[in-house]
Design a protein around this ligand. Structure first.
Ligand code: AMP
Length: 192
């Protein structure tokens, strides 16, 4: 089992590079943002709660988010057997600690954290562009700014957490999608 965390700010290319990783390594992809947007689309109770946080650019509270992820892992026990790409989770130190416990309970661990590093100005440009096409309620300038603040205060400390664990692979996330993926492959293959 090979578990990979794809890590980076909103707009850093996690979704795009996840598609390449799925195609190349046959891993099961869990995007917590996609899971939440699916609940919102279906109008579930969870979707209503998630919507209020997402539209405001805030993180869903840790306890709720950790339970959602545990549920996705349990419901897809077979499909996740070869390993998982965690996209958008963890986003806090508490989530990272919970992920470690959850995987250990399943006889597994995080094998590598791919950190896509992109300057803020480029992130804003990309997200504003994406907003024109995606129709996402959180891809407008006000919410984008808030999401980046949340990223810097709550999520970026995870970089040091995973560096200390010896799992962090820094990837220069500007440039062509192919070149970035070539660097990701090198980092993944070095740990397989
Ligand atoms: P994403 O599609 O990964 O950019 O996620 C969109 C939004 O979903 C985020 O801005 C958060 O409001 C929420 N979200 C997704 N994943 C998490 C997480 N691991 N913890 C808390 N909130 C999350």
């Amino acid at each position: 089992m090979f578990n990979l965390v794809i890590f980076g700010a909103p707009g850093s290319g996690k979704g795009t590079q996840s598609e390449r990783l799925i195609a190349n390594y046959g891993l099961y992809h869990i995007s917590t943002g996609d899971v939440l947007r699916d609940h919102i689309k279906r109008g579930t109770e969870l979707g209503k709660i998630a919507d209020s946080y997402i539209s405001d650019g805030k993180l869903i509270p840790d306890e709720l988010m950790i339970n959602i992820l545990a549920d996705v892992l349990d419901k897809n026990a077979d499909a996740t057997r070869n390993g998982v790409i965690f996209d958008g989770f963890p986003r806090t130190i508490e989530q990272a600690k919970a992920l470690k416990v959850m995987l250990a309970e399943r006889g597994s661990q995080v094998n590598v954290v791919i950190g896509l590093e992109v300057p803020d100005e480029e992130l804003i440009d990309r997200l504003v562009k994406r907003g024109k096409e995606s129709g996402r309620s959180d891809d407008n300038l006000e919410t984008i700014t808030k999401r980046l603040e949340v990223y810097h205060s709550q999520t970026s400390p995870l970089r040091d957490f995973y560096v200390a664990e010896g799992l962090y692979a820094a990837i220069h996330g500007s440039g062509s999608i192919d070149d970035i993926f070539a660097d990701i492959r090198k980092a993944v293959d070095a740990r397989k």
